[in-house]
Design a protein around this ligand. Sequence first.
Ligand code: SME
Length: 161
Amino acid sequence: MPVADRVHELRREVSDLALAVPTAHELMETMVKLLHERMLKYNWVGFYMLEPGAQPPMLALGAFEGAMTPHTRIPLNQGICGAAASSGQTVVVDDVSKDSRYLACSLETKSEIVVPVFVHGEVVGELDIDSHFPAAFTAEHQELVQYCAMLVGKKLETAGR
Ligand code: SME
């Protein structure tokens, strides 16, 4: 299946999923499984959420699919994850070996995307995806991952965790 069709199909499935599940927690749990299983180059898929009240602010590993990572808690001034959460911007890294911010999760990882999750305009966490393939996150993938992160933000707004 061409990548554009696969992206289109998944977009529909995650939309349906967001309507079908009662909580953001379930949405995140099922979404990471779906993305990991169906997108062959998404080799690690997970959410990091800001710990409520933590000082300094800290990202904590939430629902994920793929190998266990040594980075279960990440301060906002570290990693690509910290960069995305502190700037509120999507970060795409085509070659992680050339990015000094990168915190290694697996030796096989070649590229990464991190998309913030917003609730009422505030960053509350992020969706992080690693690939064993360089430059895996082209514009259409970015759009899909941003769409997924947006659905989680909306679910947190309407249904809570
Ligand atoms: N690579 C991330 C750390 C998380 S692992 O990829 C799961 C980073 O640089 O922040």
